[in-house]
Design a protein around this ligand. Sequence first.
Ligand code: F6R
Length: 248
Amino acid sequence: MRIYKVKDYNEMSRKAANIISAQVILKPDTVLGLATGSSPIGIYKQLAAWYQKGDLDFSEVRSVNLDEYQGLSPENNQSYAYFMRHNFFDAINIKKENTYIPNGLAEDTAAECTRYNAIIRNLGGIDLQLLGLGGNGHIGFNEPGDCFEKETHLVKLSDNTITANSRFFDSAEDVPKYAISTGIKNIMQAKSILLIVSGPAKAKALYKALCGPITPAVPASILQLHNNVTVVADEEALELVPDSIIFY
Ligand code: F6R
């Protein structure tokens, strides 16, 4: 595991965007696993800026998102499908038919989960999986629990996640209670993983993820077992992690 400590959110975004950019340059038809939320917005902005300058080409890139709220249509401005278009896809030349996000409106959730797992498999797996970290240690919407969920599944969001994500909605009541998320096995099968973490609210979760026991109570702790993980986190997020395990 490589851990890069950077000054702040902007530096995190630039460094992580550099890593993704290198991946796209080295493998133009790369399969990117993508995340939503506040953490990756700066990365998407930076990548879009490099695309606008002519430095990056996404025409062959395929992308698979981690998750989607159940019950929200792709047109709903709180959906992750909308988020991805608004924050990234509309600003680059990725082909929309090469972008995959779970269908939050699927009537048969189990069939949708099976379909999504097959999409990832048929793409040949994920080359680079981008992950944010929940304040409760979740990755994707794999919430703390008694066992690691393996593949794409329906999740009942924890109160912690609903409260954290209510900042994007009018009120906590408006946050969907369920989501479809890829599982820990989907994530762990990615060839490489890029975890980005910023801010003091994530410090405890990041410490437990990097230094604590590997347990489904802290889903991100499983990343300690992956052999190609890069963490880019800022000083505030890394506050509790001993300097001895950090690269600068
Ligand atoms: C988003 C996702 C979540 C977020 C996490 C952190 O697709 O799967 O795991 O990455 O909740 O969210 P932010 O970045 O908003 O703090």
